[in-house]
Design a binder for this molecule. Structure first.
Ligand code: UN1
Length: 508
């Protein structure tokens, strides 16, 4: 690990504030990053004071004045080179992500792959920031729309995707001509420092204005500063619904824009025709991948009564094969939760399930002994519940899967939609009518609806995000780039008269 940290520029004490080219320690309190893998201190970093924050926003604002004048395809070229850098650091960065937040190495590297993919996407996009042209109702007039850069984009990211979510936002924002100020999760600060380190060389080589890629290290307070700051026209925040409501309110109060990616409570429906050889691994990966700490994790399984017992039996067998342990050991499927507080959250939910009458098909437990010294490893579990249990309405960021029964597809869809969140959803079925119903406007109410695929693991090419308590934002692919730009409608008169729209006469 020492070699990897060296290569990623992580020292024992680190500078947490950066304008891309320049870094400094910051004068806030010290933040220590402990690995949930082995409980050891990895390194420390100092948080930003308000003065550090203001210095960064000023630098970013200055950088914007220059960066927006660089042609978009040239900005895309910088992003292309960042993608190349990420390719050459894939293993190192994936390993640090895995060690700092606990996801399996496979998933850590997958996360870096998402970053590479979004770079490629953004490069192409840099030549496709299209606006429409319209036909004017007035003679000798031309009407069209343009997309202009917005300015400073604040990015608040969560611990569970400590680097990919930043890249979804920043790579698009950069080709759009914006500059970024990133507040990473205080639970995974070193992964954000490593990203700054990796891209620094590209910024210098291309003479990118200093301030285009900023990092502010800190906790909730920094999030509040960003949300209330009129110098930051867009705040893109990923995290809990509670956090998102606070950010949305503060940004809304000043009529700024927010892009919110919040919690999910994602369900998978398993229909009688489901191919269980496809469904079972999809369900298990969805429920236990990243130890159930993805916003897209599968939390509720709604199974048709005719196959309920068979699904139960196959799931029990699959869960018995799960290897839980050090995520850097590629033989393990499931690593630790992020910290002991998350373990307490898991235990509190387990207790609540029992209190409400649920029974465990696969029992929960906190793992102890050799290899589990950090105290953050828990066993993925499955609880049989009734859909009306209040606990089922909540998202617990842990590998707890709720199992329930349905008899008609309409009823299953109603159960699936009957929670406050609306991020991801899935149906396993080979029945065309059922699948189309699920994907129709009478079907899933989520931002993501999949057939014969689990709830997690979305590709970057689609717009990513959810409805209701999941926040309503869309990031990454499709036309999500529009959130990072402002639309301007232009009408140009090339005639020698001034006809007014709507046929209004105004003669002098
Ligand atoms: C998240 O958990 O915040 O679809 C994002 C997925 C990943 C992204 C998850 N591509 O599971």
């Amino acid at each position: 690990m020492k070699d990897i940290l060296d290569k990623l520029g992580i020292k024992s004490v680190n500078a947490g504030q950066s304008t891309g080219q320049e870094s400094w320690e910051g004068s806030g309190s010290v933040l220590e990053s402990y690995s949930p893998v082995d409980g050891k201190l990895i390194a420390s970093v100092r948080e930003a004071s308000r003065e550090d924050y203001d210095r960064i926003i000023e630098k970013a604002t200055e950088a914007f004045a220059e960066w927006r004048l660089v042609p978009a395809p040239k900005r895309g070229e910088v992003v292309r080179q960042i993608g190349e850098q990420l390719r050459s650091y894939k293993r190192e960065l994936g390993t640090l992500v895995s060690y700092e937040m606990g996801k399996s190495l496979q998933e850590g590297m997958g996360e870096v792959q998402e970053m590479i993919d979004i770079c490629d996407f953004a490069v192409g996009l840099s030549r496709q920031l299209y606006g429409l042209t319209m036909h004017s109702e007035r003679p000798l007039h031309r009407m069209y729309e343009q997309w202009h850069p917005l300015g400073v984009v604040g990015i608040i990211s969560a611990f569970n995707f400590p680097v990919a979510v930043w890249s979804w936002n920043s790579m698009l924002a950069w080709v759009c001509g914006d500059v970024c100020v990133w507040k990473a999760s205080e639970k995974a600060p070193l992964s954000s420092l490593a990203c700054q380190h990796i891209i620094r060389e590209v910024l210098i080589k291309n003479e990118v204005p200093e301030g285009v890629s900023c990092l502010v290290t800190g906790g909730r307070e920094v999030g509040v500063w960003l949300a209330e700051d009129t110098r930051v026209p867009l705040v893109s925040a990923t995290g809990s619904t509670r956090m998102g409501k606070a950010v949305g309110e503060a940004v809304g109060r000043r009529l700024g824009r927010s892009l919110l990616e919040l919690g999910g409570n994602n369900a998978i429906i398993v229909a009688p025709s489901a191919d269980l050889n496809v469904a079972i691994p999809g369900i298990v990966f969805g429920a236990v991948g990243t130890a159930g700490q993805r916003c897209t994790s599968a939390r509720r399984l709604i199974v048709h009564e005719s196959i309920y017992d068979e699904v139960k039996q196959r799931l029990t067998k699959a869960y018995a094969q799960l290897r839980i342990g050090n995520p850097l050991d590629e033989g393990n499927h499931v690593g630790p939760l992020i910290d002991k507080q998350a373990v307490e959250g898991y235990l509190a939910t387990v207790e609540e399930i029992r209190k409400e009458g649920g029974t465990f098909l696969v029992v929960p437990k906190v793992l102890e002994g050799v290899g589990y010294e950090s105290g953050c490893y828990v066993a993925p579990c499955i609880a049989e519940v009734a859909e009306q249990y209040p606990i089922v309405q909540h998202e617990t960021f842990a590998p707890i899967l709720y199992l329930m029964k349905y008899s008609t597809i309409e009823e299953a869809i109603e159960i699936q939609n009957g929670v406050p969140q609306g991020l991801s959803s899935a149906l396993f079925s080979l029945d065309m009518r059922e699948s189309e119903l699920f994907l129709s406007h009478a079907g899933s109410d989520c931002g993501i609806a999949n057939v014969n695929i689990g709830t997690s693991g979305a590709e970057i090419g689609g717009a990513f995000g959810g409805e209701k308590d999941s926040g309503g934002g869309r990031e990454s692919g499709s036309d999500a780039w529009r959130a990072y730009m402002r639309r301007q409608t232009n009408t140009l008169n090339f005639g020698n008269a001034l006809p007014l729209a709507q046929g209004i006469k105004f003669e002098l």
